[in-house]
Design a protein around this ligand. Structure first.
Ligand SMILES: Nc1ncnc2c1ncn2[C@@H]1O[C@H](COP(=O)(O)OP(=O)(O)OP(=O)(O)O)[C@@H](O)[C@H]1O
Ligand SMILES: [Mg+2]
Length: 499
């Protein structure tokens, strides 16, 4: 099997390296659970359901091992630390721009970009928490709204979510204001002009509360949703910072209309001001923006460079202190996690995943301390998960092509050409009753599998016969086959060895 993709360090694709059968290491290690059940049931001890009162020690065995984690959640991606080493300058830059919100001015829009796992979301959330908490003590309220466009990915949903957030906030504030008005009215005599003004305000607020029910999550014309949002923002005086994370996903899915509207709102707002922070790990999306949106969004740009291994080590050291029990981390564990993650374009998320997964492996194996071997196992496991995910989400035709390559591989043919793949693919299509694509289209889909790192396709010269592609599998054959054939339309018969 070839494994010459320079971006992929280590042996994860070499099945023989992890274990002889090529199985997932998780399945071959005897887990404490298995050991516990084997012991009890083989020795004819009543099974857990038969015992009354006394337990069979299933969980006691597991709990008797030394604890590894003290606060595991600290290693999860959702955790936002309040100290972000090596991001001081980016955080300060953001704060310097946003501080004008506290003075009641409109901050410039900001475009934040950098590769995945470089701390963009964590830093932006940290700054927004600080900004909101500081703004409580200032005259003009500043609201920060965070939207993740990976989740909220259409124009309608973005606007509806924003509108509803501000409507909820207005309703809360209107209720508070009504209480204040009631108290003030009690202290005033009826005929005064102040009382008349207060009563007028009271009527406006009551009407708002009665009529404003929010935006449904589907069904309205988008213009109407935008108008609701606009009215809601302007109902009270405020500076609003809208943080649009994964902004490229929004543009990819529904164009730049929303950003166009948001970036031009200030000229029409009477009481409020809006500023935008766009966050992305893919700058290409700016090519698809209307030039006006592009220049408005990029008034300020902040770059998050990848971390190097030393920086990742600092990040891990800090998190490990709180995440683990004392004395469970072996020498070299954090440096190795940092080294692996630095190879993955300086991705702190990958480093934290590795450290957490290594800890989990030890937790299950009762080894007591985390060693570098566990980090290597964790690296293999994360790679495998990534492959499974990539294969699972392939379209059916690509799965059939991949299955053809797997079958050839399992027949001992490791460097095959497109024609050979095409022949096996056609037979598979007949067997499962799928439409057959042309050889040209199959060639394109093989290139896509190559880009995903699932196969390796190199063009070789055949002298006067021209050039041809040599295709080999870059992923573990058996595991990949199992994932491909999970699709409902694969019959058991198709699992028979390649013809
Ligand atoms: N300087 C840092 N200090 C501590 N933890 C960090 C730092 N940078 C990143 N992290 C952690 O690494 C993980 C990934 O960071 P984050 O989610 O901010 O990356 P990102 O740049 O937004 O990536 P993506 O582009 O994939 O969204 C998070 O768990 C975050 O807490
Ligand atoms: Mg992010």
């Amino acid at each position: 099997m070839s494994n010459d993709n320079p971006q992929r360090p280590g042996p994860p694709y070499d099945e023989s390296a992890s274990n002889a059968s090529g199985e997932d290491p998780r399945e071959t290690d005897t887990s404490p659970q298995e050991r516990a059940t084997t012991l009890n049931w083989d020795e004819n001890v009543p099974s857990p359901t038969e015992t009354s009162g006394e337990n069979s020690g299933l969980f006691d065995d597991l709990l008797s091992g030394a604890a590894i984690f003290d606060r595991k959640e600290v290693l999860r991606p959702s955790f936002t630390p309040n100290n972000l080493p090596h991001r001081e300058s980016q955080i300060n830059e953001m704060a310097t721009i946003l501080v004008s919100a506290l003075r009641g001015d409109t901050p410039s829009n900001i475009l934040v970009y950098g590769k995945t796992g470089t701390g963009k979301t964590a830093s932006a959330k940290f700054v927004s928490q600080e900004l909101e908490s500081t703004s409580d003590s200032y005259e003009v309220p500043c609201d920060v709204e965070y939207i993740n466009c990976e989740v909220t990915d259409t124009k309608y949903r973005v606007l509806a979510q924003l509108a509803n957030t501000f409507i909820d906030d207005n309703r809360r504030r209107a209720n508070e204001e009504l209480d204040e008005i009631a108290a003030e009215l009690e202290a005033l005599s009826d005929g005064t002009p102040e009382a008349a003004t207060l009563r007028e305000r009271k009527a406006t607020l009551e009407e708002y509360l009665e009529t404003e029910d929010g935006v449904p999550m589907t069904g309205w014309p988008t213009d109407r949703v935008y108008n609701e949002f606009f009215e809601a923002v302007d109902f009270y005086q405020r500076v609003v910072v809208i943080m649009v994370d994964e902004i490229d996903k929004l543009v990819e899915k529904s164009g730049d209309d929303t950003l166009y509207n948001l970036s031009r709102m200030n000229s029409d707002l009477e009481n409020s001001r809006v500023s935008l922070i766009g966050i992305s790990n893919d700058l290409k999306f700016t090519d698809f923006l209307d030039p006006r949106v592009k220049s408005s969004l990029g008034e300020e740009e902040i770059v998050f460079p990848p971390y190097d291994a030393n920086q990742i080590q600092d990040i891990l050291d800090q998190r490990a202190d709180t995440a683990f029990e004392d004395d469970v981390l072996g020498d070299g564990v954090i440096p190795l996690c940092a080294a692996f993650a630095a190879q993955e374009h300086g991705d702190a998320r990958r480093a934290l995943d590795l450290l957490r997964t290594a800890g989990e492996l030890v937790e299950r194996s009762e080894a007591g301390t985390i060693e570098t071997s566990h980090v290597r196992q964790a690296q293999e496991r994360i790679e495998l998960d990534r492959i499974v995910e990539a294969i699972q989400t392939l379209p059916t035709q690509s799965k059939l092509i991949l299955l053809a390559i797997i079958k050839l591989h399992q027949n001992g043919e490791t460097d095959v050409n497109t024609g050979e793949v095409f022949n096996v693919y056609k037979r598979l299509c007949d067997r499962v009753g799928a439409d057959k694509l042309t050889q040209r289209r199959v060639t394109d889909l093989i290139s896509e599998l190559d880009m995903l790192g699932i196969v390796n396709a190199v063009v070789v010269s055949k002298g006067r016969y021209g050039r041809s592609k040599e295709i080999s599998l870059s992923v573990p054959a058996e595991k990949s086959r199992e994932v491909v054939t999970r699709d409902a339309w694969f019959d058991e018969d198709d699992l028979s060895p390649a013809e």
